[in-house]
Ligand binder design. Structure first.
Ligand code: BES
Ligand code: MN
Ligand code: ZN
Length: 466
């Protein structure tokens, strides 16, 4: 994708022409085609009208994309409208960006939004045995302003998010902990990032009992992956992602584990975030940390009522082997703090309770620090991603009291499961560390379109502070 400065007259390619309801289509286009297009084109938000040029132009078609009333437009609606285009358009095209500019949204924003939305909507779930299709090129038409940087930015976000989605969409027999390690290494070497892989032997020496206990049922070893992106003298932020490449539930076997290949979406998001940071040369210091293992059943698997010792030294009584995410995450959180990090965000497909509460629309957001929450909340807003803050409370934590260990990993009966899980994790966060936990169980994938790469944009934008 690149910037072009042609006018419609000279264009050799089909054109995407965004149009507000309260605006008229350029009169010279109507004159050239010989009739009033305003009578035919549907200008409602997200409506695409294909008009043949019937030899009046050197190209075949103009795709009008309705933007609705200009006074009500916002970036969320623009994303929605732009993502419709990819389904309608097959041939090579120009996007005539200028018609979408308003007083509140400038050409730079339009360009970024268009490129990113277009790429996300062109994403196709990686099918095993098939090469992933190249995304068709679109050139962006703009006269005076230089939008090359915006195009690059849009491509970086689109590519990074699609990369995460592709990793997450792979079935568990093509994306196990070893595959995830390979992926992290490739990414690191591609961008000159430091990459530390703590293997099973190392985890045993460290006594990372949370990760190792969950790993007992699998013949594939567990890993703790740590990527390091350094660009400033500022302190590091850690982004931690749950990397359960398949969650059977363990001995608390799930009745239906269809969809549980997606239990590593947090991990995939972390890799997507690191890729975008590197690709856009972001001025930040970030660790990307991924604990990864399968959660399976075997004669070696951990069992209900086992008592395990986590990396922090805290002991946990296993009430449910299906509450495994918090066990691998608590070790990763401890590790992040051992590295000296004072700001952490974790992403995890953690609880079915969060899905019951918020469905596939809102991500559950937990924070131990209000200022950090507001900063992140603004980033979510600016990124058009939806999250809703849910409570943590010592009364939830009290329910995890155990007679055989410091605490239990699950209450064992229903009630505020997402909050209980967040409180469990909070027990591993030092007092002076700011921390946000994102429960993406409902938003990480949707059955129709596969993985979403949810919260990648918000986290990257928060880190970059724009
Ligand atoms: N990976 C699941 C959570 C999940 C459920 C993600 C549905 C996506 C869709 C997690 O490991 C899990 O099994 N959580 C349990 C916790 C319970 C045993 C305390 C749950 O939510 O049932
Ligand atoms: Mn589970
Ligand atoms: Zn899980």
């Amino acid at each position: 994708m690149k910037q072009v400065k042609y006018q419609i007259e000279d264009s050799q390619q089909n054109i995407i022409y965004p149009i507000f309801k309260d605006q008229e289509i350029c009169s010279h286009v109507c004159e050239r085609l010989g009739y009033d297009l305003n009578q035919i084109v549907n200008k409602e938000l997200g409506q695409v009208t294909k008009i043949h040029t019937l030899g009046h132009y050197s190209f075949d078609s103009i795709y009008f994309i309705g933007l609705g009333a200009s006074q009500y437009i916002n970036t969320f609606k623009l994303r929605k409208a732009f993502s419709k285009i990819s389904r309608e358009v097959e041939e090579c095209i120009y996007f005539d960006a200028m018609h979408a500019v308003t007083e509140t949204i400038d050409i730079h924003q339009i360009t970024r939004l268009f490129v990113e939305s277009y790429m996300l909507s062109k994403y196709q779930e990686a099918k095993i045995g098939h090469d992933s299709k190249e995304i068709m090129d679109v050139d962006i038409m703009s006269m005076d302003d230089n939008i090359e940087d915006d195009i690059h930015e849009g491509i970086a976000y689109g590519t990074g998010i699609n990369y995460a989605r592709q990793l997450a969409d792979k079935p568990a027999n093509y994306m196990n902990p070893c595959d995830l390690v390979k992926e992290a290494k490739t990414l690191a070497s591609q961008y000159g990032m430091e990459c530390t892989i703590l293997d099973k032997d190392t985890l045993e020496e460290m006594k990372a009992g949370g990760i190792l206990s969950v790993n007992q049922g699998s013949h594939i070893p567990a890993y703790l992956i740590c990527l390091k992106y350094s660009k400033t003298d500022e302190p590091y932020t850690a982004i931690v992602g749950k990397g359960i490449t398949f969650d059977s539930g363990g001995y608390n076997l799930k009745g239906n584990s269809y969809g549980m290949k997606y239990d590593m979406c947090g991990a995939a998001d972390v890799l997507g975030i690191m890729k975008i940071l590197a690709e856009t040369n972001a001025n930040v210091n970030v660790y990307g940390i991924i604990p990864t293992t399968e959660n399976l059943v075997s004669d070696r698997a951990y069992k209900p009522q086992d008592v395990i010792t986590t990396l922090s030294g805290k002991t946990v009584e296993i009430v449910s082997t299906d509450a495994e995410g918090r066990l691998i995450l608590c070790d990763a959180l401890t590790y992040a703090q051992q590295l000296g990090v004072k700001r952490i965000i974790d992403l995890a497909t953690l609880t079915g309770a969060c899905v019951s509460a918020l469905g596939d629309v809102y991500t559950g957001v937990f924070a131990n620090n209000d200022a950090f929450y507001y900063q992140f909340s603004k980033a979510m807003n600016d990124s058009d991603e939806k999250g809703w803050r849910l409570p943590m409370d010592e009364e939830y934590f009290a329910k995890l009291k155990s007679s055989s260990a410091d605490f239990k990993n699950s209450v064992g009966k229903p009630g505020a499961g997402a909050s209980v899980a967040a409180n469990f994790l909070e027990a591993f966060i030092e007092k002076d560390v700011e921390w946000i936990h994102l429960d993406i169980a409902g938003t990480a994938d949707n059955n129709g379109t596969g993985a979403t790469g949810t919260m990648i944009r918000s986290i990257v934008n928060m880190l970059k502070g724009d």
